[in-house]
Design a protein around this ligand. Structure first.
Ligand SMILES: *Cc1c(COP(=O)(O)O)cnc(C)c1O
Length: 495
């Protein structure tokens, strides 16, 4: 094993990439990071001349050194063959003064598909080193859940349990999860918000009693959230792909820089952009775009991270998050790997809900990251404006990225990450466009009359799909729910 990763909170807690993918989170609650990130740069000329799939295998190889080239090629082929509706996988389109990177052409119509078609492949390969199976525990603010269910459904030696906040996901998101088929899947609504569900899942990974109980059945508990490096690294690829398309479209030259505006919740997607930057992608800046839960806007402006504020339910539910887990990885890099400092801040966050970074660290962050936010009214205004002026329909999350990107744009071309299909949030999008309050199916069909793309097959099929998962539980019931779900773990060998 190459011990290429260690915990953000303790350099002594180490793992190879395969082990890090299998365990998801370090045993002290920290996240796995590579201390030597970007020592080896990506070859940009090579990237310009390769397909998405070739670039994915290449970049994953740079970040996951103990997977072989052959393994990664096969994983990429399995993840990206016949799964995305656009052959570019993540096409880049000019919209007004910005460039929109469409990340939502996968099976569940959100950007999470790019990583969650890949993670089961990486996990299956790593499981071959062991006698074990993996039980995937996933907290979701709406989109990860469905993408993970779709990715892990009926995968050998795995099972998956998804926890979403009851009543705090869109109608379509709810139906996508509640109708999920598969012999190894379980879906639970949890009373509370996403932060409650995510914190509880993190606690379950640290629960020794549960860990031992599962180990007794040769089951490991793992994560499909972006705390897992296997979730993060496939997202690095499309930042290079955006730059490649800009160069190939003649918008920029080979050595010109580009900026990115990223709608953000858990800080996973924008962190993947930072990884691309460390690997040598010519980036001017990242715009961290938030909704009314603007804890990151305040942090990047003042250096104070303070989650002690009301939780706002918005029309961009996948960003309704007050504890952005992956910021911990950025703090690690911005302190030059000062794990004691990161551990101290994370302890403060756990105990008081607040911490403040030093002026030096803040300055370093601000030299590369800017932040902005949009409330629901501003989000709807942007959806309406962009449609009126450009005949392009943005979903609420992407609209927040678009608005922030426009506000922060300078001479450098700005790429906005479009993280979900507008169809996924059809009711709110139609409300923004026409003022009509429609039911979810009426909204879907009316939206099709305005939209650039057809209704994705997975969403169209929901109208007649049967609800299979109706359980609503409290946070204290999650442990028992996991134990129950473990009995569903698919085991190819014994079946
Ligand atoms: C998950 C999600 C986000 C936020 O991504 P993070 O990696 O959590 O920052 C933004 N938009 C959509 C549509 C999402 O599903």
């Amino acid at each position: 094993m190459v011990t290429s990763y260690h915990s953000t909170r303790n350099k002594g807690i180490q793992a190879g990439a395969r082990e890090a993918v299998l365990t998801g989170i370090a045993s002290d609650g920290g996240l796995f990071v590579r201390p030597d990130l970007g020592t080896e740069k990506a070859d940009l000329d090579r990237i310009l001349n390769q397909s998405y799939q070739e670039n994915a295998a290449y970049i994953l190889g740079l970040l996951l050194p103990d997977y072989t080239e052959e393994e990664l090629k096969q994983a990429v082929a399995a993840a990206y063959t016949g799964t995305f509706a656009d052959k570019a996988i993540t096409p880049l389109k000019p919209v007004g003064d910005l460039h929109v990177l469409e990340l939502f052409h996968g099976p569940t119509s959100a950007f999470k598909d790019v990583a969650l078609t890949m993670l089961p492949q990486l996990m299956s390969i790593a499981l071959q080193d062991t006698e074990d199976s993996a039980m995937i525990l996933t907290a979701t603010s709406g989109d990860t859940g469905k993408a993970a269910l779709s990715g892990f459904r009926d995968v050998d030696r795995t099972g998956i349990a998804v926890f979403y906040p009851e009543g705090k996901v869109s109608q379509i998101q709810y139906r996508q999860m509640a109708t999920q088929q598969g012999s190894n899947v379980k879906v639970f609504a949890v009373r509370g918000n996403f932060d409650d569900a995510q914190s509880a899942v993190k606690q379950l990974f640290l629960d020794e009693d549960l860990g031992q109980w599962a180990a007794g059945q040769n089951i490991r508990l793992s994560s499909a959230n972006s705390i897992n490096v296997g979730r993060l690294v496939p997202q690095v690829v499309y930042y290079f792909e955006a730059w490649k398309q800009l160069v190939n479209q003649g918008v920029i030259g080979r050595d010109d820089k580009v900026s990115f505006s990223v709608p953000t919740g858990n800080f996973g997607d924008v962190l993947a952009g930072y990884y691309a930057y460390r690997l040598g992608l010519p980036v001017k800046k990242f715009v961290v775009a938030s909704n009314a839960n603007n804890v990151l806007t305040e942090f990047i402006t003042t250096g104070v991270y303070d989650r002690n504020r009301p939780f706002v339910k918005t029309i961009s539910p996948s960003m309704d998050i007050l504890i952005s887990s992956n910021l911990e990885r950025l703090l690690y890099y911005m302190t030059d790997g000062n794990t004691e400092q990161v551990a101290a801040w994370m302890q403060e966050l756990a105990e008081t809900g607040r911490y403040e970074v030093t002026p030096e660290v803040l300055e370093r962050i601000r030299s590369l990251f800017e932040a902005d936010y949009a409330d629901d009214a501003a989000t709807k205004e942007t959806i309406a404006d962009v449609y009126k002026e450009e005949r392009y329909v943005l979903d609420p999350h992407s609209a927040i990225g678009y608005r922030a990107g426009l506000a922060k744009k300078d001479d450098t071309p700005m790429v906005v990450l479009a993280t979900a299909s507008p169809y996924k949030f059809a009711q709110d999008v139609m409300q923004a466009l026409t003022g009509e309050e429609l039911g979810e199916w009426d909204a879907l069909h009316r939206l099709q009359e305005l939209c650039q793309d057809p209704i994705p097959a997975g969403l169209a099929a929901l109208e007649n799909a049967r609800i299979l998962h109706e359980a609503v539980i409290g946070v204290p019931g999650m442990k028992e729910a996991v134990q129950g779900a473990c009995s569903l773990v698919k085991n190819g060998e014994t079946a």
